[in-house]
Design a binder for this molecule. Structure first.
Ligand SMILES: [Zn+2]
Length: 256
């Protein structure tokens, strides 16, 4: 069964997986009945999570809502450390994540906009480097696992800074190799296979390192690295299956 699931998760293109995820997850969750791991996003518990990733790493993907480690951690962060679920907020969600967007749409306190250049679930089709929004439009902007795909990252982060309200904040997560002091990018590498080898995925244009915050700050954003993971016990980390090295990048609009 594990082999079949690993094969399906790897081989089925993500847009199709997203389209049929409801049916897919209903079938799969039967095989994962149990109470060893828990997903705070959908509230379900299982024997274990599904494998996910190129090497089919075990115990990562929620069978019910398709959350990964980072979705589960950020969900609790938004709930416990921000007014996201209670305050009246204008929110822009770029590349809306499957486990989140329907739940966010239902939150009555949010004026919630989804946007993306290709995603079938986004309402506004747009290029992050040229957003169709006025300056100072949003209280909150979520844009996770996007910047590693963007060639002109500075143009994108300047746009994020521009559309945030003066007291607005953004969460801009990316995959980071914390063993890497400096972000590795080489725009001469364009072949998908080479990109996978150098940057970890066929459509990534760089591998971020420990200088990620400084790179973001070139746009004017002010970045706080939040070690939210430190507030959990070992048992909780194992139950939610968090990635212990995950840092939350909380970005505030600069006072220009
Ligand atoms: Zn879930």
């Amino acid at each position: 069964m594990k082999k079949i699931i690993t094969f399906l998760v790897r081989k089925i293109p993500r847009p199709i997986l997203i389209k049929f995820s409801f049916l897919f997850s209903k079938i799969i969750s039967v095989f994962y009945f149990g109470n060893k791991v828990e997903c705070p996003v959908c509230g379900n518990h299982f024997r274990k999570f599904l494998p996910y990733g190129n090497i089919g790493s075990d115990n990562r993907l929620c069978p019910s809502c398709l959350s990964l480690e980072r979705h589960r951690l950020l969900w609790i962060y938004l709930k416990e450390k921000t007014g996201f679920f209670t305050d009246k907020l204008d929110v822009l969600h770029i590349a809306p994540e499957q486990p989140y967007y329907k739940k966010f749409e239902k939150l009555k306190n949010l004026n919630y906009t989804t946007a993306d250049i290709v995603s079938p679930i986004a309402k506004v089709k747009m290029d992050i480097k040229e957003m169709p929004f006025n300056d100072n439009s949003f209280d909150v902007l979520l844009c996770n696992h996007v910047l590693e795909h963007i060639d002109d990252e500075l143009k994108a982060t300047k746009e994020i800074n521009r559309v945030l309200k003066p007291d607005g904040w953004a969460i801009l997560q990316v995959p980071i190799d914390l063993n890497l002091e400096k972000t590795y990018e080489d725009f001469s590498i364009t072949d998908p296979k080479e990109r996978e080898k150098h940057f970890g995925q066929y459509d990534h244009v760089r591998q971020y390192g420990k200088d990620y915050s400084q790179r973001l700050e070139r746009s004017g954003l002010k970045v706080t690295e939040v070690n939210f993971i430190d507030s959990f016990t070992e048992e909780q980390i194992e139950r939610y299956r968090f990635d212990k090295s995950e840092i939350i990048y909380l970005c505030k609009k600069a006072d220009i």
